[in-house]
Design a protein around this ligand. Structure first.
Ligand SMILES: *[C@@H]1O[C@H](CO)[C@@H](O)[C@H](O)[C@H]1NC(C)=O
Ligand SMILES: *[C@@H]1O[C@H](CO)[C@@H](O)[C@H](O)[C@H]1NC(C)=O
Length: 388
């Protein structure tokens, strides 16, 4: 139990957060899940990861009067396609959705309510992608599955009554990371239609700096703690979280990356001052350790850290919607990407939830209730889609 206590010892729910009492209950259920998972693992029943996945597996819903659902495989990749039943005189838009869950958790079923909501409210065809999860499947498995499913959809698009010029990618958290990586890859493909837009919901976009203002300010705010952000990235990359401490301190970053990329693109200097007033101290990274770099060097690939893509790629990206939350360690990833897109002439619609926390959108209709701020964010996303 000692490890459970230490994992949650820095937890804090800021008073400015949307419905702090309700978030307290969500937090209690997270702590319980983690504690039970640890006990079951000790008893040899199942691993903590297996148990947490079970808890997040979602509930089976009945048919939807407004949507037809189809489970399929796009190449090797399982997907669920949500199509509005209402007849449409013209081709619809299509959205490929990549769910969140730190590359370790969640599934098509866990995001069933959100995907249905988006398909119904924006009257488009939604494809939810069941990409492979870490730690069993390491990077780039999830990215490749998302890319392959997207390409497969584009090549068979007539079958779904979708306009090839109107395809968007969308994802939250780890799914936002995957959506950004897929967008970048497709930006350089001339054999496929261009994406119409990308929607990045509190995305994780880098594995370099875990001491940006938002990581310091929100280190203990649920649903994503600072240590967990690095833990998930390491699990995705290597299938284990070795070197967590060194990565948190920045010992994995060689001097040339610091000088050539980090200073330009992943710097607190690029974060507007108003986001630094709430307790932030500039961090001096610890001494570089070559043996740590050797183990995590693929962190610096843009398919894993999309913030590190060259300007020539960023310049080609489609119109973008970025949602950030004030009480989220990943807030600054989103702010830094917004700046990179804007510096390269890409149109960005930015929506900042002043009272939002990481994961708030994924709690849509969670146990029969939602966070009002999350619904505000979701409705902004629908509005953006409808305005395309
Ligand atoms: C992705 O698609 C390519 C080309 O069709 C194929 O060669 C590759 O095996 C696929 N990868 C996965 C992980 O399905
Ligand atoms: C963690 O993964 C890395 C890279 O795959 C590997 O070199 C290392 O031995 C692993 N560590 C543990 C404790 O399994």
């Amino acid at each position: 139990m000692g490890t459970i206590q230490s994992k949650y010892s820095n937890v804090s729910i800021p008073p400015g957060v949307n419905h702090p009492g309700k978030l307290q209950i969500v937090l209690a259920s997270m702590i319980t899940t983690s504690a039970m998972g640890k006990i079951l693992e000790k008893m040899g029943v199942c691993s903590e990861i297996t148990f947490t996945r079970y808890i997040h597996s979602g509930v089976k819903l009945g048919p939807d009067p407004q949507l037809s659902l189809e489970d399929a495989r796009f190449g090797q990749v399982p997907v669920r396609v949500y199509r509005p039943r209402a007849l449409s005189a013209c081709l619809r838009a299509g959205a490929i959705f990549f769910h969140g869950g730190g590359w370790l958790y969640c599934s098509i079923d866990s995001y069933e309510k959100i995907c249905r909501y988006i398909a119904r409210e924006s009257e488009l065809v939604v494809v939810s992608v069941g990409y492979r999860l870490a730690p069993e499947h390491k990077y780039p498995a999830a990215y490749e599955d998302c890319l392959n499913a997207t390409i497969h959809f584009m090549k068979n698009i007539e079958h779904y009554g979708v306009d090839p010029a109107n395809v968007i990618v969308c994802g939250d958290s780890a799914g936002g990371n995957l959506a950004a990586a897929v967008s970048q890859t497709l930006a350089s493909r001339s054999d496929l239609p261009k994406l119409r837009a990308q929607i990045l919901i509190y995305p994780g976009l880098q594995a370099l700096d875990f001491n940006l203002p938002s990581y310091q300010q929100n280190r203990g705010v649920p649903l994503l703690f600072r240590e967990r952000a690095a833990f998930y990235l390491l699990q995705y990359l290597n299938g284990n979280a070795s070197n967590l401490e060194e990565v948190l301190q920045g010992s994995h970053i060689p001097i040339d990356i610091k000088l050539n990329y980090m200073r330009k693109w992943v710097s607190p200097g690029n974060i507007p001052e108003k986001f630094k007033v709430r307790g932030y101290k500039p961090h001096k990274p610890h001494e570089f350790k070559a043996e740590v770099f050797e183990k995590v060097k693929r962190f610096f690939e843009p398919n894993l850290s999309p913030l590190l893509a060259e300007d020539a790629i960023i310049h080609e990206l489609p119109e973008s919607f970025i949602l950030t939350c004030e009480y989220d360690v990943l807030r600054d990833d989103g702010l830094l990407y917004k700046k990179r897109l804007e510096d390269n002439g890409v149109r960005v619609t930015w929506y900042h939830l002043e009272d939002g926390f990481h994961g708030i959108i994924s709690l849509h209709d969670f146990c029969g209730s939602s966070f009002p701020a999350g619904e505000r964010g979701l409705d902004r996303i629908i509005k953006f889609i409808k305005g395309l």
